[in-house]
Design a protein around this ligand. Structure first.
Ligand code: TYD
Length: 208
């Protein structure tokens, strides 16, 4: 079972995924929890290039391709082998991040973006995608409250609004795969929802 977490910056998906991963470990699932960009030695090097403040002049197509390079490595080195042995994979961002950020956010042609995303993933699609949806300004406020600011955080507000709208379009177009979770609630409440959704898909009763 391949489960991805998506959402705008500051939606809390990274900490929510970590909490879910701890729960699935306790339930003895054979779990791989990983993230994008990165997740492999090669991918982490690509991540450093993508996030470096000195790379302000990076063209959107360059950025799009670097994300795919990181992803292709992660899919082949980690995700496919783990799924092949029947494990559960949790991934913090995946192909839909490229459609939302580079496609809708940066307005790179969606058809072209989809084609290179499919090339990078070998068309490996998640079984379940959780969209942690949050008002854009609230997300940026939360984000500014903690951690250092990186090059990708510096995108303007309108960009983030297009990203959020893009995510919602994707989710509405494929309700069999996507579940939208309202992230503008307490951490605990959001986690309860996420656990219920995931345990149901895994065919397990949700335990608190
Ligand atoms: P990161 O610090 O991991 O942010 P977050 O905790 O919000 O995931 O930085 C990743 C940034 O890269 C984030 O702003 C989203 C962006 N991104 C893309 O633009 N395209 C992609 O394909 C991926 C995977 C991420």
């Amino acid at each position: 079972m391949f489960i991805t977490f998506e959402g705008p910056d500051g939606s809390g998906k990274t900490s929510q995924m970590a909490e879910l991963a701890a729960h699935l470990h306790e339930c003895k699932f054979d779990l791989l929890a990983t993230r994008e960009p990165g997740g492999t030695i090669i991918g982490d090097q690509i991540r450093a290039i993508l996030l470096a403040m000195e790379n302000q002049d990076m063209h959107p197509r360059t950025e799009t391709l670097l994300f795919q390079a990181s992803r292709a490595q992660l899919v082949e080195e980690c995700i496919r082998p783990h799924l092949a042995k029947g494990g559960v994979v949790l991934c913090d961002r995946y192909a839909d991040s490229t459609i939302a950020y580079q496609g809708y956010g940066y307005k790179v042609d969606i058809k072209q973006v989809r084609a290179i995303v499919d090339f990078a993933t070998g068309c490996l699609t998640p079984d379940l995608t959780l969209l942690l949806d949050l008002d854009v300004e609230e997300g940026l406020r939360r984000r500014a409250g903690g951690g250092s600011i990186n090059r990708l955080d510096a995108y303007e507000l309108a960009f983030h609004q297009r990203v959020r709208d893009g995510y919602l379009l994707l989710a509405n177009a494929d309700p069999g795969r996507w579940v939208v979770v309202d992230a503008d609630r307490s951490f605990e409440q959001v986690q309860i929802d996420i656990r219920q959704i995931v345990m149901k898909r895994l065919g397990q009763p949700a335990r608190s």
